[in-house]
Design a protein around this ligand. Sequence first.
Ligand code: S3P
Length: 170
Amino acid sequence: MKDRIYLIGYRGSGKSTVGPLLAQHLNWRYVDADTLFEQKHQTTIREYFAAQGEPAFRDRESENLLELSREHKTVISTGGGIVLREENRKIMKNTGFVVWLSASPETLFGRIHADMTTADRRPNLAGGGLSEIQQMLDIRTPLYTQLADLQISCDSLFPDRVAAAILEAW
Ligand code: S3P
């Protein structure tokens, strides 16, 4: 059995809340790919985007994913845009169990803006607000759908229930 679980989904879907709970239950390691990025590059993702551009960020993101795909007994929270590149989708499909935490644009918007510390560290992708989320989801929903081994709708589930549902299905 593959001993990696990848959490995918848009910002605000709960990846970084559910991930540690899941890892704790399994007695596995937990890695948040965005935090790893910021530690490695000693900068916020927002600043990295501004200085180097999105393609450079996506290159580093893919390199980090490849490294993480070699870890064992690890729960990995990915950045919301990880599914954009086919190479990333292949890596996750081949090396782990992929769980998509989905939620409505309104739920995601509410959660992103409730946590301004995180919101401030993330770049603007398409003008911000609810319409940015809707635009991004139009592009990404087919990719999340295609890749996921399991989808959990997280609009009204507490994180411990989401973790329990993943454990049941895994
Ligand atoms: C991004 C989401 C972010 C981060 C980067 C790009 C995106 O991750 O990787 O800002 O394209 O949606 P979170 O989903 O963890 O916020």
